[in-house]
Design a protein around this ligand. Structure first.
Ligand SMILES: Cc1cc2nc3c(=O)[nH]c(=O)nc-3n(C[C@H](O)[C@H](O)[C@H](O)COP(=O)(O)OP(=O)(O)OC[C@H]3O[C@@H](n4cnc5c(N)ncnc54)[C@H](O)[C@@H]3O)c2cc1C
Length: 350
């Protein structure tokens, strides 16, 4: 049941539904995916692989792959290096580090299924036609008593996307997913923004969207509509109501700007879904000039140390916010600049 709070801003107020005769064009599909980030694209490809007719609506001109490292609990690549994590230990660490502000059922799905998912993606990325991407495991350098980093973050480099001079990383997995989805007949409507869900009684049966040239379209989905529009960080008003700490960081980064406006969250709320009633969990990096600063000492702009840096990423981020400064400075040994902990402990595929 929708739990719209009357104190929330205008973003939460459901818009007037479009009348049928307002649409310039009507389309039909079985599965409609809104958003072509890693969540949307992998769902679209998986649904197409299962034989569904799929349509994807994406407001950008192409899919959005934005990450250097892709974290899983285990993978066949990790096993080939003799690195195997215990899923229960990972789940316990996760719950502990986020102060149990997570849905443990979702954590369990991730820890139980992430190996299968990564192997599925690797099978695709390593197909000869996609040009053989290289893989390594990131860092996991820090083995402190309070903070035990586990291996699991996969980096993809020197693949076909990077060789075209573009940002590789996650895109080395997404480009093959995109190409294979096209082969399976998936329709991508790029430069098209979902505006609101289309409902029939209590059911969501499609979505209304605006194309770049201003056409209002209705896309009806007989099997389901999947919202995969990313986070809410780019929408200050939503953050203030749902996760005020997100507005306290020195800088909000998403590329390109305007990707993460919470449009999917809003559509779900308008359609009758409810938000959890605790503040949203955040994903923050320490605002310490360079975020890859591991356990180096932090000082305020006045040179004062203020926390135990022997801690995990979100903990350090919160410690910095509590100083009242937007940014602090890590004190690093010069030599470590060249050979960082991460590099020293990195595993490579070739
Ligand atoms: C600087 C930076 C570095 C990061 N590095 C890492 C990393 O190394 N490892 C890691 O795991 N994570 C990293 N992340 C986080 C990671 O990028 C996100 O967790 C991930 O992209 C989320 O994927 P998603 O598919 O849910 O959302 P997104 O990637 O945000 O995709 C959502 C898509 O939906 C589209 N969309 C939104 N609204 C609409 C609408 N109304 N209609 C149509 N389309 C819409 C957007 O344009 C976008 O393409 C990083 C994030 C940032 C900002």
């Amino acid at each position: 049941m929708s739990n719209i709070n009357p104190k929330w801003g205008s973003w939460s107020i459901p818009p007037k539904p479009f009348e049928k005769d307002e649409f310039d064009e009507t389309m039909h599909t079985q599965v409609l995916v809104i958003g072509a980030g890693i969540a949307g694209l992998s769902c679209a490809y998986s649904a197409a692989e299962s034989g569904c007719e799929v349509t994807v609506i994406e407001k950008l001109a192409t899919y959005h792959g934005f990450a250097h490292n892709v974290g899983v609990v285990n993978s066949r690549f990790m096993r080939s290096l003799g690195i195997v994590n215990d899923p229960d230990e990972v789940a316990r660490e996760w719950i502990k580090r986020c102060g149990n502000r997570c849905d443990e059922r979702l954590v369990q799905i991730f820890v139980q299924k992430s190996e299968e998912a990564m192997n599925w993606a690797l099978d695709l990325a390593e197909k000869p036609e996609y040009g053989g991407v290289k893989i390594n495991l990131q860092g996991a350098a820090y083995k402190g008593e309070t903070y035990n980093e586990l291996y699991g973050a996969h980096c993809f480099y020197d693949g076909p996307v990077a060789r075209q001079g573009k940002f590789g990383g996650l895109n080395e997995l997404m480009e093959p997913m995109y190409q294979e989805s096209l082969k399976l007949g998936t329709k991508f409507l790029f430069n098209t923004t979902m505006l609101q869900p289309i409902k029939e009684g209590d059911r969501v049966i499609g979505a209304a969207a605006r194309t770049k040239d201003g056409k209002l379209i209705a896309v009806y989905a007989s099997m389901g509509v999947l919202l995969a529009t990313g986070g809410i960080g780019g929408n200050d008003e939503m953050c203030e109501d749902l996760c005020p700490i997100a507005n306290k960081v020195a800088v909000k980064v998403n590329v390109p700007k305007g990707v993460d406006l919470g449009e999917g969250h809003r559509a779900a709320l308008w359609a009758g879904a409810a938000f959890e009633d605790t503040p949203f969990p955040t994903m923050m990096h320490p605002q310490a000039i360079r975020h890859s600063n591991y356990c180096f000492m932090f000082v305020t702009p006045k040179g004062k140390r203020f926390m135990n840096e022997d801690n995990y990423l979100q903990g350090r981020s919160l410690g910095i916010i509590k100083t009242g400064y937007k940014r602090v400075y890590p004190i690093r040994k010069h030599k470590l600049k060249k050979k960082s902990f991460a590099r020293k402990h990195r595993y490579q595929s070739s």
